[in-house]
Design a protein around this ligand. Structure first.
Ligand SMILES: [Zn+2]
Length: 314
């Protein structure tokens, strides 16, 4: 913890001065990345400057400040008005930070700590300290800018819970970061099942938990065009011959959808499918297969998965 630096007496303009330093070093202003998710420039990434360049005198020399693209996962109170915030950063992986007076400071955080908000996070860290000091979060895209209903909230809670539980701290996963931004852009009121299915399929794949789906994992018999069977206690799919007791079927149609999702970015897949054509029943077997895989590898039930199952039945 940064007991020595944030005692409430620091100048009010330090955050903005630091931001100016970062912008100057990289040759872009705030307007560039505020245009939206797709417009965020690559140059924003990996902004890390030595702490003594822009900070007040007295700041320890080994403090490093960062200003990097992040997705807010969750936050919870620490004591008094402080918050602990879990962030999925693009360059540093999942980190946790203290937002001093986060409950009160609307100027620095406003609505930016809502889960699944895409932000530019400014934080300071010291070597060998687990918690960083979160100075500000500037919103790039907020999930609250679109209409929210129970289904969309359940989908966002699913992304949040999976990322929070599945990703180790400090392990950068750029593909997962990009996947999350992409599915968020397609998760709209009344249209959640396609992005939820896409996310639930890709996450175990990107984490190396999903074997090739086109063949039986026991005998390697091709399953494409026929479908296969899955079970909560095993990875991948098997053929009819190797189907264990209690296995469920993944239909040929759902297997074909999964294979298409692996070939296409979510935007192209959405365009080819037509998002309105995704009722909860579509590829429900695929979603059960992928969420079972997630829960087995995490060794726990996911509350958000249960909420989605109840929603699909409603
Ligand atoms: Zn087989």
């Amino acid at each position: 913890m940064f007991m020595h630096v944030d005692d409430g007496r620091r100048p009010a303009n330090r955050v903005s001065r630091k931001s100016t330093c970062v912008g100057q070093e990289n040759g872009f202003g705030q307007g560039n990345w505020q245009r939206g998710v797709r417009a965020a420039p690559r140059a924003v990434r990996n902004v890390a400057i030595p702490g003594w360049d822009c900070l007040d005198a007295g700041y320890a020399l080994n403090v490093t400040t960062h200003r990097i693209e992040s997705i807010v996962l969750k936050s919870w109170p620490l004591h008094e008005a402080d918050l602990v915030v879990s962030l999925l950063t693009r360059e540093a992986g999942k980190i946790k930070g203290i937002a001093k007076s986060g409950l009160k400071s609307r100027r620095r955080f406003g609505g930016a700590l809502e889960p699944m908000t895409y932000v530019l996070a400014s934080y300071a860290e010291k070597p060998r300290q687990e918690l960083v000091r979160l100075d500000s979060c500037e919103i790039v895209a907020s999930p609250l800018s679109e209409e929210m209903d129970y289904g969309r909230a359940a989908a966002l809670a699913f992304y949040t819970e999976v990322l929070e539980e599945a990703l180790p701290d400090r392990d950068p996963q750029d593909a997962i970061f990009r996947l999350t931004l992409a599915v968020l852009a397609h998760t709209r009121k009344g249209h959640i099942w396609m992005p939820v299915t896409y996310f639930s399929l890709w996450i175990p794949r990107l984490l190396g938990w999903l074997p090739e789906l086109g063949r039986c994992t026991v005998c390697e018999e091709p399953l494409t065009g026929r479908g296969g069977y899955f079970h909560a206690e095993m990875d991948g799919l098997v053929c009819e011959t190797h189907r264990p007791a209690g296995a469920r079927m993944l239909t040929a149609e759902s297997l074909a959808l999964a294979q298409t999702m692996f070939r296409q970015p979510v935007a192209k897949f959405a365009a080819s499918e037509g998002e309105a054509a995704w009722p909860a029943a579509r590829a429900a077997d695929l979603r059960r297969f992928t969420t079972q895989s997630l829960e087995r590898h995490l060794e726990r039930r996911l509350r958000s998965v249960e909420a989605l199952r109840r929603l699909a039945k409603a």
